[in-house]
Design a binder for this molecule. Structure first.
Ligand SMILES: *Cc1c(COP(=O)(O)O)cnc(C)c1O
Length: 387
């Protein structure tokens, strides 16, 4: 026998790891830095690392109390009821739960292109179809209600990513509110805020709860994760915040104990470790600015812990940078074959990435006998006024 028809399904292409690359190139792992997966360059929250060690002796039990305690802590952090917090195995797990709670077979979701691959993958796992709306490179990947509505055709779920991966653009809450107004009552707008901690914008939780001048809505949900700012990508912990009216659905869609004991204990410690998050955000802001000022190619404004760079031939540049010890993300799989994405590293890592990228661009241009578009006068990234 055979699995069902999986021809529409594609494998997730993760950023490449140091071990993997070092082995392939037969080199020592210590020669590499990895700035390809938007991980936290300062490691996990130290408090979370202690909590994980402390919890090691109790992993024979299912995570019941830890799950309840973390749910309460997250609910408290956002000022929502416990039942509005859907803990999951990573933000990706929360994407699955939202699809399980919404999609009947054949329902569609609307996702950004370029964008995060897992929205579409998850929809297909749940027997849904996938349609796309375009964010335009020529328009600085601007996100607003109009851009989405141009492609909207009654889909059950619309995915917004703010800050957006891989471009770093954001969408205003007023635009999300308008989008939710102009889509069908049965359409859920999910705002993926995986990079929310790095952005100077308010969370869309305000739309769910009716704060900051907005009326409360029952058609908006928010996704958050411990993988990025909290440095817990390896334990797999994320959550959705859903409208009050959705509270009962969690018990019917969640995979039992998918947020593990170690993950919940780590999350409980990390959520109170403001020092680690503050330090991480501070490093990120400095790295973003440094890359915009010093990379000799166009770098888009970003509100995430990464920047998107226009390099011409992304595969060639990423491969050459990797040979020189800096692993970055080739955005071809995101639908941007001209761009690479570089995660904000420690000061040293970011310096090295910029130096390596500039040298690579100059050498590849010299090799091919073409000149780089950028003329070296320092205005590849003119200041754009804050909006
Ligand atoms: C990283 C990321 C997530 C969630 O990742 P998890 O590790 O599963 O929590 C969700 N959305 C976007 C856009 C991301 O980049």
């Amino acid at each position: 026998m055979q699995p069902r028809d999986l021809s529409d399904h594609v494998a997730y292409e993760a950023g490449r790891g140091i071990e993997e690359v070092a082995r392939e190139l037969d080199r020592d792992p210590s020669e590499f830095v990895k700035l390809a997966s938007n991980e936290n360059p300062h490691g996990p929250s130290p408090a979370a690392a202690v909590a994980i060690s402390d919890a090691a002796g109790t992993v024979n039990s299912y995570p019941k109390a830890a799950h309840a305690d973390l749910t309460a802590a997250v609910a408290d952090r956002w000022g929502v009821a416990d039942a509005q917090v859907w803990l999951a195995n990573g933000g990706d797990g929360a994407i699955d739960y939202l699809h399980r709670a919404t999609l009947d077979p054949g329902d569609d979701v609307l996702v950004p292109e370029p964008g995060f691959a897992y929205y579409g993958m998850s929809a297909r796992f749940h027997h849904g179809g996938v349609r796309e709306y375009s964010l335009s490179k020529n328009d600085e990947f601007t996100q607003d209600a109009g851009t989405v509505l141009e492609s909207y055709d009654g889909e059950r779920v619309v995915w917004l990513t703010s800050p957006h991966n891989p471009t770093g653009s954001t969408i205003d809450l007023e635009e999300i509110d308008r989008l939710a107004d102009e889509t069908a009552d049965e359409t859920l707008i999910v705002v993926d805020e995986a990079y929310g901690e790095f952005a100077d914008v308010d969370s869309a939780v305000s739309l769910i709860e009716g704060r900051n001048g907005f009326a409360a809505r029952d058609d908006v949900a928010v996704l958050r994760t411990f993988s990025k700012a909290y440095g817990l990508a390896g334990v797999r912990l994320g959550y959705a915040i859903v409208p009050d009216a959705w509270s009962d659905a969690y018990a019917r869609v969640n995979t039992p104990f998918a947020a593990s004991e170690l993950a919940c204990r780590a999350g409980l410690a990390a959520i109170d470790d403001d020092e680690h998050v503050d330090r991480t955000v501070e490093t990120t802001l400095a790295a973003r600015e440094y890359m915009r000022d010093h990379v000799e190619a166009h770098v888009w404004e970003s509100e995430g812990n990464f920047v998107l760079v226009d390099v011409g031939d992304a595969s060639a540049v990423a491969e050459e940078m990797q040979a020189r010890g800096v692993i970055v993300r080739d955005c071809t799989s995101f639908g941007l074959p001209g761009c690479i994405r570089i995660t904000c590293g420690t000061d040293e890592e970011t310096d090295r990435a910029v130096e390596t990228l500039n040298a690579t661009l100059a050498d590849l241009a010299a090799d091919s006998g073409t000149t780089v578009e950028y003329d070296g006068t320092g205005d590849a990234n003119p200041e754009v006024p804050d909006t």
